[in-house]
Design a protein. Structure first.
Length: 212
């Protein structure tokens, strides 16, 4: 373990953990807007509202099942970041939703405030995803699904990701969850912002400015 940690470097580890924490905060920001989360988080929130489990608990359980598939067909995508995302993300989001952002009562504000919250969520989530992905220390269980599907089929990654996101969105709707502008933005509009943070922030912080 010591050799593994030395090989990947403390800077990448800190960047990956920070990215997941920032991503959790971004999920919380989207949640308090009540205008929809990314498809997977939206599905988890909807399921947690129906079942006698909390959002982070349900995330742990569902990720465990998905991780079995990742372990079988995408073992090389498993890394430290896989487990940090799996076990940390839900609790960070839940903490900020209930203990930090709850007093703001954003969902009771006007639509302009809620839309502004979505804009903030886009920036925060994009930065978190950028740091987490740029560290390249493993893919989360859910993110691995579309990558594995793409690897094992002639279907391009974009369509595989779209398929998994659509499935999550449909399940969210069936469970009575929230699918709104925030869901659409997360599913289709984060790419340019993530790319911006990759080039201007994450690679510099992680010391990977030579990576093209």
């Amino acid at each position: 373990m010591r050799e593994y940690l030395k090989k990947i470097g403390i800077r990448r580890i800190i960047g990956m953990v920070a990215g997941n924490i920032i991503l959790g905060i971004g999920i919380a920001v989207f949640r308090i807007s009540m205008l929809g989360n990314d498809p997977y988080s939206a599905m988890m929130f909807a399921g947690a509202d129906l079942l006698p489990v909390s959002y982070p608990q349900l995330l742990l359980i569902v990720n465990a099942f998905i991780f079995i598939l990742e372990l079988i067909w995408g073992r090389h995508y498993v890394g430290l970041g896989t487990f940090v995302n799996w076990f940390l993300l839900g609790y960070v989001a839940d903490f900020f939703i209930g203990c930090v952002f709850a007093p703001l009562h954003v969902s009771d504000q006007g639509m302009a405030v809620r839309l502004l919250t979505v804009v903030v969520g886009v920036l925060v989530v994009s930065l978190g995803v950028s740091l987490y992905q740029s560290a390249d220390l493993g893919i989360s269980p859910y993110d691995s699904l579309s990558v594995i599907f793409s690897d094992r089929s002639p279907v391009p990654y974009f369509w595989c990701r779209l398929f998994t996101d659509v499935v999550c969105t449909v399940v969210c709707l069936l469970c009575g969850g929230i699918v709104n502008i925030g869901t659409a933005v997360c599913a289709f509009g984060l790419g340019p912002f993530i790319h911006f943070f990759n080039e201007r922030v994450s690679k510099k912080i992680l010391g990977m400015t030579d990576v093209k």
